[in-house]
Design a protein around this ligand. Sequence first.
Ligand SMILES: [Zn+2]
Length: 314
Amino acid sequence: MARLLFLGGLGRSGTTLVERLLGELPGVCSLGEIVHLWQRDIRDDERCGCGSRFSGCTFWQRVGKAAFGGWHEVDVYRVKALQEAVERTRHIPRLASARLPDEHRALVEEYAGYYTAIYRAAAEVSGASVLVDSSKHSALAHCLRWSTDLDMRVVHVVRDPRGVAHSWTKKVSRPETDDAEEMTRYSPGRSAVLWNTHNAALGLLARRGVPVRRLRYEQFMADPRAGLLQLAGFAGLDVSTEDLAFLGESHADLRVGHSAAGNPMRFAVGRIPLRRDDTWVSSLPARQRRLVGAVCAPLLRAYGYPVRTKAGAR
Ligand SMILES: [Zn+2]
């Protein structure tokens, strides 16, 4: 049975960095955001984290062969149709129930089966005992919960929603499209609503018996070494001090990875700085800061964040 560490949370919460650091641990293979693999990689042949086109990446070609007898055997339209039928945010209340109607359960299991085939094959090809999928979507985690041959543990990554909101307003191009496309942008109000929805949905997963570990981005960045050791323990990995030699005081040395899709940070190789991104404190207008704080107030309190913040202070 494949052991999966699923990174959940709203985008722009630091999941890509957490995923890359986890990928440096022995016994771990980071896969990127598998939720996007069907369209962006199999269909559109975008770039893998190693820089090659998906079709030219040896790792993913071996995984495709082991999982399906080759990617050409995967009916991407079927996967997308299943995704539409079972994996939308509006399906979460049903997915989170104790029982599913047989017909619906069959669809959920078929959909989850595509993912577990990839996890199993990636474990076989890489030799890793833990796979990391940073898909983030809470609805996908709820679907995977119904899989009977998957040991899934969820890392629920939370970041101050004002930092998240500020990040969603920025223009970021997508290097995998040779900068032809930009990443999605949201208004602060919209991102605040999404922050509530996705975080509440991940909380619900814990109440359904899935092992969930909450990780606050700000706390993790204050001491990445301690944070990684805790995550390794949660994943059932035995990690020694030497295994963390890639982590410096304020940097990490990253090797080439094979992240299938996600934030442009998945292409970073070599020394990268490890510092908390707090630009929102000075750059997010006060009116928007108040709006996001008000919309997210109940969960802000639950996670130990201040509801009100002053400009230039935390
Ligand atoms: Zn690759």
